[in-house]
Design a protein around this ligand. Structure first.
Ligand code: C2E
Ligand code: MG
Ligand code: MG
Ligand code: MG
Length: 278
């Protein structure tokens, strides 16, 4: 995974380095108590059917409301929590909170749609992950068909035999699994054949410059066609404007996510009837 701080060149001004070092040290130190202090929260971003405009899913995205640093984005503390092992209790909290939220939405008459939860390699590698997930589903009362786990490609580089087994066990629980940030990692096409993923999320870097970048266009269309040939659904990440949307609709991309539809927001901030009109 990406090292956010350790790889700075030494030509950097020492003041700036100081600041970065201090920021990182504060994060490492305070992360230990963040869960107990209830400083985490989940924001949710809708995933939309590009044909009907209906919400098909909500992705849960963690935020850390730090007492002095303010809102710390996940890219600044998830890697740290993976190194220290704290991703396990944090990840379990995310799963439980997200499943409970989706159950609440269903009970309030919204959806039903899936809840998508990002899972770290560290979590998936644990022998007890499937059992933990079974307990969380039971405890929250969420039907497993409404939970989707998002894993990144990096995960596929690990022990493939163990991974294949875990993914099969997850499938037998009834949850679905998506590949996140597709196209940015080292995934070889054979992984798509070996592991039965339900959906592929095209990384937003391909969508970003789609009107000007012919290669990005070609890659995006090819991923969509490939996924469809394999009977896998496709989600485009990072849709910010109409042009990107109409290109993706023309390429028969199934679903989309991005600021064009909605930013990630606290659960009580979502206005479902409005969102559903697109
Ligand atoms: P991701 O799973 O690929 O999530 C999508 C990221 O893109 C989110 O950033 C989201 O806010 C952002 N995004 C959505 N639409 C747009 C758009 O139209 N334009 C732009 N520029 N960005 C958009 P966020 O929330 O900062 O999360 C970053 C990454 O942190 C996530 O990438 C995911 O890999 C990780 N992450 C977030 N929550 C969790 C969690 O609970 N557990 C784990 N293990 N990782 C998490
Ligand atoms: Mg994701
Ligand atoms: Mg992504
Ligand atoms: Mg990402």
């Amino acid at each position: 995974h990406t090292k956010k701080y350790g790889d700075q060149p030494y030509t950097i001004y020492s003041e700036e380095l100081d600041l970065q070092t201090r920021y990182k040290l504060t994060i490492e130190k305070d992360l230990k108590n963040a869960l107990r202090n209830q400083e985490f929260m989940l924001h949710y971003q809708p995933i939309v059917d590009l044909e009907s405009g209906d919400i098909t899913a909500m992705e849960a995205l963690i935020r850390w409301n730090h007492p002095t640093l303010g809102l710390v984005p996940p890219d600044n503390f998830i890697p740290v929590s993976e190194e220290s092992g704290q991703i396990i209790p944090i990840g379990n909290w995310v799963l439980e909170t997200a499943c409970r939220q989706n159950k609440q939405w269903q009970e309030a008459g919204h959806g039903p749609f899936k809840i998508c939860v990002n899972i770290s390699t560290i979590q998936l590698q644990r022998e007890d992950f499937v059992e933990t997930l079974r307990c969380i589903l039971k405890k929250t009362g969420l039907d497993p068909q409404w939970l989707e786990l998002e894993v990144t490609e990096g995960i596929l580089m690990e022990d493939t035999v163990f991974l294949k087994e875990s993914l099969l066990k997850l499938k037998s629980l009834g949850v679905s699994v998506a590949i996140d940030d597709f196209g940015t990692g080292y995934t070889s096409l054979s992984y798509l054949r070996q592991f039965s993923f339900d959906r592929v999320k095209i990384d937003r870097s391909f969508i970003k410059d789609i009107h000007t970048d012919v290669n990005g266009k070609a890659i995006t269309s090819t991923i969509i066609a490939l996924a469809h040939r394999l009977n896998i659904g496709v989600i485009a990440e990072g849709i910010e404007d109409e042009q990107q949307l109409s290109f993706l609709q023309g390429e028969t991309c199934d679903e989309g996510q991005g600021y064009y539809f909605s930013r990630p927001m606290a659960p009580d901030k979502h206005d479902f009837p409005l969102l559903n009109k697109k």
